[in-house]
Design a protein around this ligand. Structure first.
Ligand SMILES: [Zn+2]
Length: 275
């Protein structure tokens, strides 16, 4: 998914008007300021701390162990893979009947199984943790490299909106300024994937990516911009084809330092952003 992601390391300044505006309008700071995000339909529900702390079931073979330090995943119900698939197939047959289809029809006979497997794949982020995907790819940088901004641009993401369970797809752009540690470049894409492969709203996805990078390497700051097209809006005509929803989250020095923020938005604007 990160094949066409590009990376820039820079410490130069500069800014472009367009993104500054979109940043000011759309910034959804993670600093617990309860400013409602202005863009996504329905808005984001408040983060629920309680659901994040429960232990996860160990009967589901793909999930991490009970000692997993990543508390960002909600618990999975106690079920084997087979039980899970059977239940989902039954649910899919019910849905097919409800929309006026015949689940026995030749073309649909295998659809419930395919759908169940596809949905499990599309939500596999519930069984993954940031610790797993960043394993062995956090490096200590000498102080010489400190204060250089690392920007990874155009990371493709595919997610499902939690309101309609319909896809939204687009790009993620991430910038951070290392304190001592840096992440392997491909790992930023992997972190984005962990959260994108869950039912999401775009604002929360944006915040979660930023917080995860903050927690993983404790940089001086992190900035995340996500631009996506939401099928639940496009296909119903609420959003025009080709238009995107843009969300951003800034932490640390990106939050406190206007110049750093400008530099980041200038870098992502200077490339393929908002063509
Ligand atoms: Zn939706």
């Amino acid at each position: 998914m990160s094949d066409n992601a590009s990376t820039t390391t820079t410490s130069k300044g500069g800014s472009k008007r367009k993104l500054e505006v979109s940043h000011q309008e759309l910034t959804n700071s993670v600093s617990e300021t309860p400013t409602p995000p202005p863009i996504s339909e329905g808005g984001s529900p408040p983060e629920s701390g309680s659901e994040l702390k429960k232990p996860r079931s160990s009967s589901f073979s793909r999930i991490a162990g009970p000692n997993n330090p990543d508390t960002s995943s909600p618990p999975l119900p106690l079920m084997t893979d087979e039980e899970r698939l059977e239940k989902m197939k039954g649910a899919c047959e019910t849905i097919l009947q409800c929309i006026g289809e015949d689940p026995e029809r030749e073309g649909l006979v295998k659809t419930p199984k395919r759908w169940a497997e596809a949905l499990l794949f599309l939500t596999k982020g519930y069984t993954q943790t940031v610790e797993e995907v960043t394993n062995d790819a956090i490096f200590e940088e000498g102080l010489g490299g400190a204060n250089d901004m690392v920007v990874v641009r155009d990371i493709d993401i595919h997610s499902l909106c939690e309101h309609h369970m319909v896809p939204f797809t687009g790009k993620v752009h991430v910038g951070y300024i290392p304190r001592r540690k840096v992440l392997g470049i491909s790992k930023i894409a992997r972190i984005a994937e962990v959260y994108a492969r869950r039912l999401q709203v775009q604002e929360r996805l944006t915040r979660e990516i930023g917080s995860a990078i903050m927690n993983a390497i404790n940089p001086l700051g992190v900035a995340v911009v996500v631009e996506c097209s939401h099928m639940c809006m496009v296909m119903r005509g609420v959003q025009k084809v080709g238009s995107n929803t843009v969300t951003s989250s800034v932490l640390g020095c990106f939050q406190t330092d206007q110049k750093t923020r400008s530099e980041f938005f200038s870098i992502i604007n200077g490339g393929n952003f908002r063509r």
